[in-house]
Design a protein around this ligand. Structure first.
Ligand code: NAP
Length: 274
């Protein structure tokens, strides 16, 4: 029997492209999503189990893992991909929205990881591939909460690999740049309260720049990220980080080589903000 990957957030974008990539390469895929009843493309593929998993619902996590193991015998790789972003001024965001942002992007990833770990420990084998972002190392204005979640994913993953390495389990991080998916539409939660007038000029400037960036034709495809994920899963190394996209390569190189003042000044110039 071939290898098996479990993917969260497989309904669209990177998760869907990765499902198709691994399936085409002969893997079994447990393609999990919040609303599997709406999926009609992945359900027609051989060796793909489309099933429910909402990272905010522990029972759905354990059920999906059990069903996946029952169907394919074993899980070899988990892709923690589900996520979305709040774009807004921090003061405008209600506490419940902050909680949800961390629940999905961080605690949800922790819960999926904890639920699979007994299986990986028993097998003395397994791999977690955690989707961070170029925004796990660098920042864009008005995305402070999203960045906080992705910085958390980076720190969590890097530390976790110390304890899992000795028991045969690998942890990898994928850092995509700007990718053409539903992320900037359906998965973007815009939050700015215009009554906080001191921010209005800044917020509208950032929004204009953001819209230009998100409509740029040269954004990377989710298939490019799927290729990077496939390489991470199969290259046989213990490499921790994989960058997906030339824009991400350039930005992360700038972050590595510039000091804070130089980097922030470059960002403000490029983003046309004071
Ligand atoms: P996307 O097409 O909008 O996909 C987001 C996925 O997350 C959807 O399948 C969505 O499911 C799922 N999701 C949201 N909340 C969930 C929950 N509570 N439980 C389970 N699934 C949930 O966007 P994408 O670009 O592929 O995003 C995938 C990952 O890539 C995210 O972690 C994102 O932060 C990261 N990323 C994206 C970019 C980019 O530019 N696109 C760049 C760097 C990193 P529903 O269909 O149910 O809403």
């Amino acid at each position: 029997m071939g290898k098996t990957i479990l993917i969260t957030g497989a309904s669209s974008g990177i998760g869907k492209a990765t499902t198709k990539k691994f399936q085409a390469k002969g893997w079994n895929v447990i393609a999990t999503m919040r609303s599997p009843e709406k999926e009609n493309e992945l359900t027609s593929l051989d060796n793909v189990l489309v099933t429910k998993l909402d990272v905010q619902d522990l029972t759905s996590i354990t059920n999906a893992i059990e069903e996946g193991i029952d169907t394919f015998g074993k899980i070899d790789v988990v892709l923690n991909n589900a996520g979305y972003g709040i774009l807004g001024t921090f003061e405008s965001v209600a506490r419940e929205n902050i909680t949800r942002q961390f629940d999905v992007n961080v605690l949800g990833l922790f819960d999926v990881t904890r639920a699979v770990l007994p299986h990986f420990r028993k097998n003395k084998d397994g791999m977690f591939i955690n989707i961070s972002s170029v925004g796990g190392k660098t920042t864009f204005p008005m995305m402070q909460l999203y960045h906080a979640t992705k910085f958390a994913v980076e720190g969590f993953s890097e530390s976790l690999q110390y304890e899992l390495g000795p028991i045969g389990v690998k942890v990898k991080i994928v850092e995509p740049g700007s990718i053409k998916t539903d992320f900037s539409g359906r998965s973007m939660d815009f939050q700015h309260n215009n009554e906080l007038t001191e921010y209005n000029e800044f917020a509208s400037g950032v929004m204009t720049t953001f819209e230009q960036l998100m409509s740029a034709d040269n954004r990377n495809s989710p298939e490019l990220v799927a290729d990077v994920i496939y390489n991470a899963a199969t290259d046989g190394t213990s490499t921790l980080r994989y960058i997906a996209g030339q824009d991400a390569e350039h930005l992360l190189e700038a972050r590595r080589t510039m000091n804070d003042a130089e980097f922030l000044s470059m960002m403000k110039t490029n983003l046309n903000i004071k």
